[in-house]
Design a binder for this molecule. Structure first.
Ligand SMILES: C[S@@+](CC[C@H](N)C(=O)[O-])C[C@H]1O[C@@H](n2cnc3c(N)ncnc32)[C@H](O)[C@@H]1O
Length: 248
C-alpha cells in the first residue's frame, strides 16, 4: 500500500485524480464491523473495497460485478496499489460468485431495491451463512424492507444520508425475526425516529412536496385510474403530514 490515499478529508487520489469518498459510501463503510470479510456485490469502481482495506476495517474484500468493464476498473486499481492480497475480484451475477460461509458481511449498494431483492432471493439458500447485510437501494427502499422483513431478516440500523438534493437510504439487516406493526413501516422506518440525525425529516419533506405536486397534476383528470391514484396520494400525504407534524 502506498500513501496516495489521504483519509483526513476522505479524498482518494487515484491515477493522479482526486476522488471524493462520498457521504453515502462513507456511511456504508462505517456500518461494517472491524476485521470483517466482506463481499461488495456490484462494486463497479471499487471505492468501497479500497476504503475498507485502507482504513483497516475489513481484512479481506471480495469485490464482484456482473459487468466485465466495471470490474476492470477495480482490477486495475488493485494492481496499481498492490492490494491484491486484500481485495479479490470475481465476475458474476449477484451473490453467485460468493461461496456459503465465505464472507461475514454482504454489501449491495447503488442498485434498485427490486434488483437487490432479486439478488437475495436468487441466493436464498446461502443467506443464513452470512451475518451482516448492508444494503443501499437507489429507489424502492420500501420494497426492499418489505422483502427483508418477510424473509427472515431484521433491520438493526436504517440511515438516511443527503448529498446535495439527493437522499440515500442505507439499511443494515441481519438474519432474524422482526414483527412489522404497520404497513407504512416499510416506507417510513421506525428506526429513523431513534436516530439523533434528522436527515430523514428533510427527505420526507422533499417527498411530501413531490406528492403535493403529483396531487395538483391529478386534480383535473377524470379517469378511474387517476381517481384511484389521487386517493392513494391523499392517504400518503396524510401519513407524511402526521409524521412530520404539519398541516396543509
Ligand atoms: C451504480 S453502480 C454502484 C457501484 C457501487 N456499489 C456504489 O454503490 O457506488 C452499480 C453496479 O452494479 C453492477 N450490477 C448490476 N446488476 C448486478 C448484478 N446482478 N450482480 C452484480 N453486479 C451487478 C453494475 O454492473 C454496476 O457496476
Amino acid at each position: 500500500m502506498n500513501n496516495k490515499i489521504r483519509y483526513a478529508n476522505l479524498i482518494f487520489v487515484i491515477r493522479g485524480e482526486k476522488v471524493k469518498l462520498t457521504k453515502r459510501l462513507n456511511t456504508i463503510a462505517d456500518l461494517v464491523n472491524r476485521n470483517s470479510i466482506v463481499a461488495d456485490v456490484g462494486t463497479d469502481h471499487g471505492y468501497i473495497p479500497k476504503y475498507l482495506i485502507e482504513k483497516e476495517i475489513a481484512k479481506l474484500v471480495i469485490a464482484t460485478d456482473i459487468s466485465k468493464g466495471s470490474l476492470e476498473k477495480t482490477i486495475n486499481y488493485i494492481k496499481e496499489e498492490d492490494l491484491s492480497e486484500y481485495i479479490i475480484t470475481r465476475l458474476g451475477n449477484g451473490l453467485q460468485p460468493i461461496k456459503p460461509f465465505e464472507v461475514d458481511t454482504v454489501i449491495i449498494a447503488g442498485m434498485g431495491g427490486l434488483l437487490i431483492v432479486d439478488i437475495l432471493e436468487e441466493s436464498k439458500d446461502k443467506l443464513d451463512t452470512y451475518l451482516d447485510y448492508i444494503l443501499q437501494p437507489m429507489v424502492g427502499a420500501d420494497e426492499l424492507r418489505k422483502y427483508l422483513l418477510n424473509n427472515g431478516f431484521k433491520i438493526i440500523n436504517d440511515k438516511v444520508v443527503r448529498e446535495g438534493d439527493k437522499f440515500y437510504e442505507i439499511i443494515h439487516a441481519i438474519r432474524g425475526l422482526e414483527i412489522v406493526k404497520n404497513e407504512v413501516d416499510y416506507e417510513i422506518s421506525p428506526l429513523w425516529f431513534e436516530d439523533g440525525d434528522k436527515t430523514w425529516k428533510e427527505m420526507m419533506e422533499s417527498r411530501l412536496s413531490i406528492l403535493k405536486s403529483v396531487k395538483y397534476d391529478l386534480k383535473d383528470r377524470d379517469s378511474e385510474k387517476s381517481r384511484d391514484r389521487l386517493i392513494e396520494i391523499n392517504d400518503k400525504i396524510k401519513i407524511y403530514q402526521e409524521v412530520l407534524g404539519v398541516e396543509d
